[in-house]
Design a protein around this ligand. Structure first.
Ligand SMILES: Cc1ncc(COP(=O)(O)O)c(C=O)c1O
Length: 396
């Protein structure tokens, strides 16, 4: 088998910028570099392009362009949604979120707790699902917002956003969803879903890092998180990142066009990879629900190995993958998502995430399926070797 030099199976971390997106951005770096807020034509022309991009990203989620606020990233969008809900409802000091959210929510809510706000981190079931009854019960008269992700970035598990939105509506509570992992993979219609606030991040859909959006449903009270100029209809200060916004607009169009490919070809590649691993490597197990899952994501644990070793050896073979674990000072913390699902520390430490995308091929899947089993075998044989007896100094 000819060896591909570089296999990128970490599309949930970030995605390759599409060539079309680069082309869409360049004019705003080279020629049209004016400030869109300026009153002269050179600036106003740029402003028109910002509005065209706004229309394109709005179309991706079936929103009105006026409901789109460009931000710097998904993290800012999540923080802004929760902050705004608390600021516009000062008598409400409680937030409901889940225990498997991205750190953009978990750490923000922990910071809120340190300031005297209250947060409920909803537990999840062993397959990563949510107990909606529990969610409903956790909403209190002083709950300002429920913020629940749509697709989990580590496992790909999907939460039933439409049902959650309906529960929130019936309770009169704002509902925000972190939909950062969904564009191009799921159809997004904010009206059908009944969502009040929704976050996206462009670098997950083949646009550059450092640009995101927050959808704010019409007539939702809003308080900006970044305070400054009157940009974004007063909802986000700071001169618009025009080139990135133009790239985001182009990527939104591409994401709509790639929906079918993600759900057929990419899904089939992911399934081939999953079946090959689970059948070919004894002691391997999938983490998270099989069906209610993004079409591109696979999270798998291997008995008796540490993910760190697997990832290093995959890297030596030119394969990019990741673990759900945060690497802190050389030691791998077990993933908060997998431990919330009830996985043992050992299973969580032995887990890797493989996330595919539109640029991946079957040859790459075959290559990974050829490389992974000997890597696991080698690591297991190392860990099975009896450790040399060490004699403590001074104890004879
Ligand atoms: C589910 C989810 N939410 C939020 C973020 C944060 O997005 P950004 O990197 O644009 O801040 C990510 C990025 O990994 C994510 O996967």
């Amino acid at each position: 088998m000819s060896q591909p030099k570089f296999v990128y199976f970490d599309n949930n971390a970030t995605t390759q910028v599409a060539p079309e997106v680069v082309d869409a951005m360049i004019p705003f770096l080279r020629e049209q570099w004016g400030n869109p807020s300026s009153i002269y034509t050179f600036g106003k022309q740029v402003a028109k392009h910002v509005e065209t991009a706004r229309e394109k990203v709005a179309a991706l989620i079936n929103a009105d362009p006026r409901e789109i606020v460009f931000t710097s990233c998904g993290t800012e969008s999540n923080n802004s949604a929760i902050y705004s809900a608390l600021m516009t409802h000062p008598q409400k000091r409680h937030v409901v979120t889940s225990s498997v959210e991205h750190s953009a929510n978990i750490k923000f809510c922990q910071a809120l707790q340190a300031q005297g706000y209250q947060t409920t981190f909803l537990p999840v079931e062993p397959d990563g699902g949510l107990d909606l009854h529990l969610l409903e019960q956790s909403i209190r008269p002083d709950t300002a917002i429920v913020s629940i992700m749509w697709a989990n970035n580590e496992t790909g598990v999907l939460f039933p956003i439409e049902e959650i939105a309906a529960i929130c509506r019936s309770k009169g509570v704002l509902f925000h969803t972190d939909a950062v992992q969904t564009p191009g993979k799921l159809k997004i219609d904010v009206n059908d879903l009944g969502i009040d606030l929704l976050s996206l991040s462009a670098h997950k859909l083949h646009a550059p890092k450092g640009i995101g959006l927050l959808y704010v449903k019409r007539n939702t009270k809003y308080r900006p998180y970044i305070i400054g100029g009157n940009q974004e209809r007063g909802r986000r200060g700071g001169t618009e990142n025009v080139a990135q916004i133009a790239g985001f607009g182009c990527a939104a169009e591409l994401a709509m066009a790639s929906l079918a490919d993600e759900n057929t070809r990419v899904r089939a590649l992911r399934d081939k990879l999953e079946n090959g691993i689970l059948k070919g490597i004894p002691g391997s197990v999938r983490n998270g629900a099989r069906e209610r899952r993004l079409p591109n994501t696979l999270n798998v644990s291997f008995d008796s190995v540490e993910a760190e070793g697997v990832l290093l050896m995959l890297d030596q073979a030119g394969i990019c993958a990741s673990s759900g674990s945060a690497c802190t000072s050389g030691s791998l913390d077990p993933s908060h998502v997998l431990t919330a699902m009830g996985c043992s520390i050992a299973r969580a430490r032995g887990s890797i995430r493989l996330s595919l995308g539109i640029y991946n091929t079957e040859t790459e899947v075959d290559y990974v399926l050829a490389q992974l089993p000997p890597i696991i075998q080698k690591l297991r044989s190392h860990s099975a070797k009896p450790k040399e007896k060490t004699v403590a100094a001074g104890k004879g």
